[in-house]
Design a protein. Structure first.
Length: 134
């Protein structure tokens, strides 16, 4: 999950510009993240890809995530990425998490480990998935 303040919710063109600026090789192929529910096309190095993505009010996940004093869930958006065992989908998800943390003051939570994850951990995961996805 990525949780970010409502006021920091970017448009897809903002995400694309932020990814380009950060050297993250993704591009969202849609007009808006608002209400996203299901598979979202994400170009990786200009190749077709994507990840199952859900966007909703962060209060909806308050029973899933541990307290984080830096977040006001009542004024935040949650973005959930589901990628199963597809490494290309996992790479798309981690690239997006990297952009949201580094550019939009987002916090990231791993439902698998039950912990908050930082940018350094995300970058390590990206490196791993890049190697596997080749």
């Amino acid at each position: 999950y990525v949780v970010l303040p409502l006021e920091n919710m970017p448009s897809t063109s903002d995400v694309n510009e932020s990814a380009k600026r950060a050297g993250v090789p993704i591009r969202l192929d849609q007009t808006s993240l608002d209400g996203q529910s299901g598979y979202m096309n994400v170009l990786i190095n200009e190749e077709s890809g994507g990840v199952e993505t859900y966007v909703y009010e962060a209060e909806n996940i308050s029973s899933i995530i541990p307290d984080n004093n830096n977040l006001d869930l009542g004024r935040s958006i949650a973005i959930e990425f589901r990628c199963g065992s597809n490494f290309k989908e996992a790479l798309a998800a981690f690239y997006l998490v990297q952009v949201f943390i580094s550019e939009y003051n987002a916090s990231a939570f791993s439902s698998e480990s039950g912990t908050w994850i930082d940018l350094e951990s995300v970058i390590k995961a990206v490196s791993t998935f890049e190697a596997i996805a080749r």
